[in-house]
Write a protein that binds this ligand. Structure first.
Ligand SMILES: Nc1ncnc2c1ncn2[C@@H]1O[C@H](COP(=O)(O)OP(=O)(O)O)[C@@H](O)[C@H]1O
Ligand SMILES: [Mg+2]
Length: 289
């Protein structure tokens, strides 16, 4: 049997009406009765459906903490996070299901090395009982080929480049048609050229799916190149310090990197991040003293 879903262009699904994330007055304290680490403090942010929202800020400021709360990996101390008007995370709410509506791609690859790329991509819907094996594989192969990976669908992760494996991971994340894609420094360890290929490929996927993207990075060029907005977080505890609007038309390609408007936005972001990094550094020195 052929599933109709993968034959439809994803743009038909009117995805831009879903995937609104509302983060309201979120505070997260780790180990409140012991070390009492205030990681996120009264942080609020509204993310529109189909927005590419980039998060930057000093190391240890609380970015991953916020992503984990949106993902439902841990609870928060106060405040509330909603997805399309439904509460995902709040102090009194039990941890949300790791539902198909939000998927996470982490810094370190997470493909099963003993499965081919196609079987990795097909794995989720099979174990969740959403598709039978044949349909899931068919959809996986079709999505891999849309992402330019048809030639390597039957290879194992160890047999392909790290860039290809990363692209396959994004495909795997999207097979269940999630509302939100959460990425935590997914291209951190890559060289600049591979990264720029990753960026173009992610934007192509985004154009097809219009999934809401919440993307943490240290790389400010990456942030401006991909984002609709770049949220600069304060040094810990995380709050929003500055929001940089990136009003640059899509589709975008690598030539944008040398344009004046791009450089100006990177510089503006850099100044805000630098200010916070200095504060983090000085706070660190005080803690050591
Ligand atoms: N499980 C935990 N228990 C206690 N403190 C934690 C825990 N996880 C993270 N932290 C602390 O919370 C702060 C924010 O961490 P994190 O969200 O990982 O920062 P970022 O992703 O911005 O680098 C850091 O000071 C970190 O040491
Ligand atoms: Mg982090």
């Amino acid at each position: 049997m052929t599933t109709a879903a993968h034959q439809q262009p994803a743009t038909d699904k009117n995805a831009s009406t879903k995937g609104a994330i509302s983060i309201r007055n979120v505070t997260k304290i780790y180990d409140p009765k012991g070390a009492n680490v205030l990681a996120v403090d009264d942080c609020s942010l509204e993310i529109a459906p189909a927005e590419v929202c980039m998060i930057v800020g000093p190391s240890g400021c609380g970015k991953t903490t916020l992503l984990n709360a949106i993902a439902g990996f841990h609870s928060i101390t106060s405040g509330q996070i909603d997805l399309d008007g439904e509460m995902l995370c709040g102090p009194d709410k039990p941890l949300a299901d790791q539902g198909a509506d939000r998927v996470v791609v982490f810094q370190n690859g997470a493909l099963f090395p003993w499965k081919t790329l196609a079987d990795n991509v097909a794995y989720g819907p099979i174990v969740q009982g959403l598709m039978n094996k044949a349909d899931a594989r068919e959809k996986a192969i079709s999505m891999l080929s849309e992402a330019g990976l048809s030639g390597v669908a039957d290879k194992y992760p160890g047999e392909v480049s790290s860039g290809m494996a990363r692209r396959a991971e994004i495909v795997r994340a999207l097979i269940n048609d999630p509302k939100v894609l959460l990425l935590d420094e997914p291209y951190r360890a890559m060289d600049a050229l591979t990264k720029s290929i990753m960026h173009e490929s992610l934007l192509e996927v985004y154009d097809r799916t219009r999934v809401t993207i919440f993307f943490i990075t240290h790389d400010l060029e990456e942030a401006i190149f991909l984002g609709d907005r770049v949220i600069v977080m304060t040094t810990r505890p995380a709050r929003t310090k500055k929001i940089v609007e990136v009003k640059i038309n899509r589709p975008r390609d690598y030539r944008l990197l040398s344009s004046e408007e791009f450089r100006i936005l990177v510089q503006e972001t850099k100044e805000a991040v630098h200010e916070e990094a200095v504060k983090a550094f000085e706070a660190g020195e005080r803690e050591l003293a």
